[in-house]
Design a protein around this ligand. Structure first.
Ligand code: CAA
Length: 259
């Protein structure tokens, strides 16, 4: 698939996806969603050939300012629910991706854009980032799982306040709430993102994949995350990856998981 709304660059195992609609503050229209689906569901990104993915926005003003509001006129209930379900499926695939996906939030992170950031495994922000779920300003509610993931990340009280007031919070507040894990200058955001991905990339790749699975299981009502961890811990002890990690420790050398 030819990418038009997204830019994809791959540098030594780290993929960077840039949402590239700066004139619309990178709002997520059908093209953006289709291209994310291609990358994360239809095999456009080869997780086995990568150590991680960074998602960011084009320009210095916005990560993503939400779903594209111009697509919200004359929509039937069924079309609206289909739009929402498609977003859920794509974002669930990002959350379940087997290598780390990090949102480098470089400005407005609003509505469906903040929901995209929340589907990523890790979020970091530049000092000018602003976060919010302003859907109620439009007489709407979040459609890409914002009512669920915001509660998971910052707790019910703070989530309900943000969802109901449509207030934006700045980067230090997002850090304080636990919505992001680091705040950097705009100039060092991507460098910091890459450093985190490369640090994770130096660990055992299957151990990282299984860690993501176990943590996601905690939030999946159909799963018993505790049981999953017990099963996967046993499995991991039998892998070549773990044999190399343990051997390296005993031999007082650095493990080499990607030879
Ligand atoms: N959809 C479509 N276009 C958008 C957009 C969006 N979500 N956000 C911004 N734009 C466009 C603006 O219309 C404007 O286009 P023009 O230059 O053609 O007029 C351009 O981007 C620049 O935006 P502004 O001039 O408004 O920039 P600003 O600095 O004055 O304000 C802002 C920035 C506060 C982010 C403001 O643009 C804004 O409030 N945007 C809408 C945010 C929003 O409501 N997001 C939620 C969308 S609904 C949703 O996401 C549902 C869901 O959960 C799936």
């Amino acid at each position: 698939m030819e990418l038009k709304a997204l830019n994809l660059s791959i540098n030594d195992g780290v993929a960077t996806i840039t949402i590239n609609r700066p004139k619309a503050l990178n709002a997520i229209n059908k093209d953006v969603m289709d291209e994310l689906k291609y990358l994360f569901i239809d095999g456009g990104l080869d997780a086995h050939a990568l150590m991680g993915v960074i998602i960011t926005g084009s320009g210095d003003k916005a990560f993503v300012a939400g779903a594209d509001i111009t697509e919200f006129t004359s929509v039937t209930k069924e079309e609206g629910s289909n739009l929402s379900e498609k977003g859920h499926n794509v974002y669930n695939a990002i959350e379940a991706f087997s290598i780390p996906v990090l949102a480098a939030v470089n400005g407005f992170s609003l509505g469906g854009g903040n929901e995209l950031a929340m589907a990523c495994h890790i979020r970091i922000a530049s000092e000018n980032a602003r976060f919010g779920q302003p859907e109620v300003n439009l007489g709407l509610i979040p459609g890409y799982a914002g009512t669920q993931r915001l509660v998971q990340l910052i707790g019910k009280g703070r989530a309900l306040e943000l969802l109901m007031t449509a207030d934006m919070i700045d980067a230090p507040t997002a850090l304080h709430y636990g919505l992001v894990t680091h705040v950097t200058s705009a100039e060092t955001l991507m460098e910091t993102a890459e450093k985190i991905i490369r640090k994770i990339g130096s660990k055992g790749p299957e151990a990282i994949q299984r860690t993501i699975e176990c943590v996601n299981a905690y939030f999946d009502k159909a799963e018993d995350g505790f049981k999953k961890e017990i099963d996967l811990f046993g499995h991991m002890l039998t892998t070549d990856e773990c044999k190399e990690g343990v051997q390296a420790f005993l031999e007082k050398r650095k493990a080499n998981f990607r030879s």
